[in-house]
Structure formats: structure tokens, C-alpha cells
Design a protein around this ligand. Structure first.
Ligand code: BDR
Ligand code: CA
Length: 311
């Protein structure tokens, strides 16, 4: 059983990840969703998170707004990928459920202090600003984390926002550096694995074929998301990044990786936000992360279809 906090910047693929978690109450208890600025500004990501919880039929889910900008750099957004709302694709209605009053960072701190040590998993799906800010503000909570399973970084697949960096790490490299050096157990889903979780026509149609509202939304989101990435990579489909994090909690057997050392570039403008991953063990730096490199893509999509079909 996993008690989790989802930290997110929805984003179509974030939305699918949230749906996957909320569709899996037997294995996953979502203590709260904290929202960060990333794909689009905070006012949109927090609204989008509420839209997704309502779509899952779980308006009781607690959604908290967190940080509106990275720790030390101006915000870089990605409307060119996700559309100006962050959830372009289907027609969406404004959410009715309220945003929580507490700041997302304070919710993270309070939850880690309240719950028994080593029982709460953090699931960051966007820039790491909220998590790093919580660790800076309340260093005592770091040792209480069970694990952090995050989407971010790249090694063999290098960058998607600059030639060297993946978007989530690039947007707030300082925050990523704090998290990667924190000592909390880390599982990293870099582009190396997410670029193997490609949407195909058949996979998108499986969502549409459910005949449910969540199924239709997932199909339209992935349809929209695909246009950009297919042009960019020339691949058959687009990578569904963030759901890998939740799928890992449900089916770790679908993923393969290595325990290695990963450091974050925070100085060079040329390679800012690069995840320098010692995949071949060429240094004696201590491993700090399980860096995932591959997955069983069919198993991953079977799981998604089965779970989204429950909503
Ligand atoms: C990451 O960046 C965002 O655009 C996606 O939601 C994902 O979290 C992929 O680089
Ligand atoms: Ca994201």
C-alpha cells in the first residue's frame, strides 16, 4: 500500500498520471495533490489539477497550490507542447471543487511530520520547486520520506527542452540539485524510459473505445500531445511521461534500471539542468538514485487501459 503526495503541473500526461492514481485506491492512497508552476503558470496548473480530480469522480481529493516560480530562475513554460491552457485537446469545464487554503509546501511538511516515518511517497511530475522548498524549510522531514519517485532527467535520450536537459529538471535545476543531494531514496523516470512509453493509434483508440468520459478525455489529450512530439521525434506516437511514475508504484516489475549516481548541472548555461548520470560506473561517487532505463510498454498500456476503464 502506498500513501502518496502527487506534485504536479498538469499537463496532459500529468492528468493521465493523476487519473491512474485515483483509479487505483486499493494500492494507492492519494493524501493530496500539490501543484507547481511548470508546463503553464500556477493559476492554470492548480485549476487543471481540480478538473482532473473531478473527472476521476473524486472531488474530495485535496488540491493545494504550491510555488509559482522556480527557486532561482525565471519560469520557463511549455505552451508549445501542452497548449495555452496546459490541457488543450478536449473541451473542458471549469472545476467546482475548491482549492485548499494551505500552501502546498506546508502541506508536504505537515503530512511528512504527521504520518509515521517512511510511509509517505512523494511523486513529483513537474519541476521540483515544491519538494526542494519543503526540504529547505523543514530539513527534519527529509529522513521521514519513504521514497521519491519522480519524472525528470535524461541520459542516453539527452534533452527535450535544450540539447542537454529535460524540461522538469531544466525549469528548476537548483531545486533538482537539492532533491538529488537530499539522501531521500530516489527512483527516477528519465526520458530514457518515457520515450519507450509511446502512444500509438491502437493505444489511443483503446482509451476512446471505453465509451466513458475519462476514456474520451485521455484519448483527446494524447491525440493533442502527439501532434507536437511526433513531428519532433518522427516516432509513431508520443511519450506518455508522467504516468510512468504511478505505474511504477503499481507494477515495479514492468521497469528496469540501475542504482547509480546522478548529479545536476546548475552552473553552465550550455548544459543547465543536465542530469549527469553515471550509468557506466566510471566514477566512485555513491549511488543516489534508481535510474530507470526501460519498460514493458505493452504491459504499461494494458495497466493504463484497465485502470482508466474503472473510472
Ligand atoms: C515532462 O515535461 C512536461 O512537459 C511533462 O508533463 C513531463 O512531466 C517531460 O519532459
Ligand atoms: Ca509534468
Amino acid at each position: 500500500h502506498h500513501k502518496i503526495i502527487i506534485d504536479t503541473d498538469p499537463g496532459q500526461d500529468d492528468a493521465v498520471a493523476i487519473l491512474l492514481a485515483l483509479a487505483s485506491p486499493e494500492e494507492i492512497e492519494v493524501l493530496g495533490v500539490t501543484v507547481v508552476a511548470g508546463n503553464v503558470p500556477l493559476a492554470l496548473t492548480e485549476k487543471n489539477a481540480r478538473i482532473v480530480c473531478e473527472l476521476a469522480g473524486k472531488p474530495e481529493t485535496k488540491v493545494f497550490a504550491g510555488c509559482g516560480k522556480p527557486m532561482g530562475r525565471p519560469l520557463v513554460t511549455a505552451e508549445y507542447v501542452h497548449g495555452e491552457t496546459g490541457l488543450n485537446g478536449p473541451q473542458l469545464q471549469d472545476p467546482v471543487m475548491a482549492l485548499q487554503e494551505q500552501h502546498g509546501v506546508d502541506f508536504i511538511i505537515e503530512t511528512l511530520r504527521r504520518e509515521p516515518a517512511h510511509t509517505v511517497t512523494l511523486c513529483p511530475l513537474g519541476p521540483l520547486t515544491n519538494i526542494a522548498t519543503a526540504f529547505e524549510k523543514a530539513p527534519d522531514v527529509v529522513a521521514r520520506v519513504r521514497q521519491i519517485v519522480l519524472m525528470g532527467g535524461a541520459y542516453f535520450e539527452v534533452g527535450n527542452v535544450t540539447p542537454a536537459a529535460e524540461f522538469n529538471i531544466y525549469v528548476d535545476p537548483q531545486a533538482a540539485d537539492i532533491v538529488f543531494k537530499s539522501g531521500a531514496p530516489l527512483v527516477v523516470m528519465p526520458l530514457d524510459v518515457t520515450h519507450k512509453a509511446l502512444t500509438t493509434r491502437a493505444r489511443i483508440e483503446a482509451f476512446r473505445g471505453m465509451g466513458t468520459e475519462p476514456g474520451r478525455m485521455v484519448a483527446e489529450w494524447t491525440d493533442f500531445f502527439e501532434r507536437f512530439d511526433m513531428q519532433k521525434y518522427g516516432s509513431e506516437g508520443a511519450p506518455l511521461h508522467d504516468p510512468c511514475v504511478i505505474a511504477y508504484l503499481l507494477r515495479p516489475d514492468l521497469f528496469k534500471g540501475r542504482h547509480i549516481n546522478v548529479e545536476i548541472e546548475t552552473q553552465s548555461e550550455l548544459t543547465m539542468g543536465m542530469t549527469v548520470a553515471d550509468w557506466w560506473g566510471v566514477t566512485d561517487r555513491a549511488p543516489n538514485a534508481l535510474f530507470i532505463g526501460s519498460l514493458d510498454a505493452d504491459g504499461f498500456y494494458d495497466l493504463l487501459v484497465e485502470r482508466i476503464g474503472r473510472l
